[in-house]
Design a protein around this ligand. Structure first.
Ligand SMILES: Cc1cc2nc3c(=O)[nH]c(=O)nc-3n(C[C@H](O)[C@H](O)[C@H](O)COP(=O)(O)OP(=O)(O)OC[C@H]3O[C@@H](n4cnc5c(N)ncnc54)[C@H](O)[C@@H]3O)c2cc1C
Length: 389
């Protein structure tokens, strides 16, 4: 074990304020103390560290960049740094916080009624309630517009039928934000745990995000009062708006996973000796890997700071966030694979964090818009021509 002092080749820290660095230091300490000593065990057991929820709530992680209802009201840049530090611990933990804040609290805050906000936002912020976001279906992942889940009006209620899959925190959630097709287009419904006809099941056998709960949701004639529909969420742009919030945090989070892999492999390469008792770090081919890694991490940091500053100025849009998510997650996956190689056989053991990060990043590469989908979003932005079909 070695103390983590960050990765900063190009004085990127000089772009951060003291307040921003303070938030980062607080989360870094939490991760060092509460996550890193235990994460390999949780990952091996496939266990989500639920006992950390109250502490994370107390530290203000949930909905940290939202205002009011007990939320910390931090800037988007500070929020990004929280995600970065959490994901240096584990992408699964960061995923939990992303879903709770960006995919459940954000939509309630942006599209919910006052009653919905009062009921859920303080509880979710304090960790007294857990939320999940049900968009993906077995036959509709990258193309949620095709969703089959339906909500049919019946007096003052809606009746929901459908299946959602790959839903983070599904079985532990007290409230599921379920997106369903209605006669007025796609709408979001707050479905409570225990609602008759609503059931959840864990997806077993994952080799990725093992310290995070992933589930299926099944809705069979679930009766939901119209007051539990988000009034201002109308059409597919509403869930896509939530995804922009979550993807922003993921773009930062990936830097954390990359920093963990880079650091571990650097320490290893300086200590590991092969051929004439020389550390492997003295070999040019190994150094070339570090040159690539640190350059890509630094570019990712600069991209994240710029998108964060634009977001704080109200000028970041979904296509900017696509560039951040696409670049930084691919960068982190490449760094994790190179770092894995540097550790040789030890790189595949869970005594070291690299293989876990690498496996986690495969999910991160796929969820919240796959790498290909973000390529198409950027492609559409620069050409003006959609190429999804
Ligand atoms: C661990 C985990 C947690 C998740 N959590 C959630 C959650 O909380 N809530 C939720 O709603 N969803 C969640 N997801 C689902 C995730 O968002 C989807 O897996 C993702 O959108 C991709 O959908 P898919 O798996 O159906 O893949 P598909 O859409 O079938 O894509 C398969 C491949 O085809 C490519 N592809 C598809 N269409 C195109 C195209 N037009 N052009 C080029 N290539 C294309 C994709 O890029 C990909 O490489 C989670 C997934 C994982 C793995």
């Amino acid at each position: 074990m070695f103390a983590f002092h960050g990765v900063d080749y190009l004085e990127v820290d000089s772009l951060l304020s003291d307040d921003e660095k303070l938030v980062r230091a607080m989360v870094r300490e939490f991760v060092e103390k509460e996550v890193i000593p235990h994460i390999e065990g949780w990952n091996r057991e496939g266990k989500f560290p639920r006992h950390l929820v109250p502490l994370m709530a107390q530290l203000g992680f949930f909905g940290a960049n939202l205002q009011g209802y007990g939320c910390a009201g931090l800037s988007n840049l500070q929020y990004g740094l929280i995600m970065q530090e959490l994901e240096r611990g584990d992408s699964g933990l960061r995923s939990f916080v992303s879903v709770q804040g960006a995919l459940v609290m954000y939509p309630i805050s942006a599209y919910g009624s006052e009653e919905q906000k009062n009921r859920w936002l303080p509880a979710l912020q304090q960790g007294n309630a857990i939320g999940c976001f049900g968009l993906t279906e077995p036959d509709f992942g990258s193309n949620p517009a095709g969703m089959r889940t339906r909500a049919v009006k019946d007096g003052g209620d809606y009746i929901l039928n459908g299946e959602k899959t790959w839903i983070t925190s599904g079985t532990i959630a007290d409230v599921a934000l379920v997106w369903a097709r209605t006669t007025e287009g796609i709408r979001g419904f707050l479905v409570e745990k225990g609602a008759p006809g609503f059931s959840t099941q864990d997806i077993k056998g994952k080799w990725s995000l093992r310290a995070s709960v992933t589930s299926t949701l099944s809705l069979q004639d679930v009766r939901v009062p119209a007051s539990q529909m988000l009034p201002a969420a109308q059409g597919l742009k509403a869930p896509l708006g939530c995804l922009t919030q979550a993807r922003y945090g993921i773009g930062w989070g990936a830097i954390g996973a990359a920093m963990a892999c880079y650091n571990e492999s650097l320490e290893y390469a300086k200590a590991r000796k092969q051929f004439d008792d020389k550390p492997i770090a003295t070999h040019q081919l190994v150094q070339a890997k570090f040159a690539d890694m640190i350059t890509e991490i630094t570019k990712a940091q600069l991209l994240a700071v710029q998108v964060g500053r634009l977001k704080d100025a109200g000028r970041a849009d979904f296509a900017h966030v696509s560039m951040l998510k696409r670049n930084n997650v691919k960068m982190a996956l490449d760094v994790a694979r190179a770092a894995r190689d540097i550790l040789g056989a030890n790189g595949v053991a869970d005594e070291y964090p690299i293989f876990r990060h690498m496996c986690n990043l495969e999910s991160v590469f796929t969820y919240e818009g796959t790498h290909n989908i973000h390529t198409l979003i950027i492609g559409e932005r620069v050409t003006g021509l959609p190429a999804y079909k």
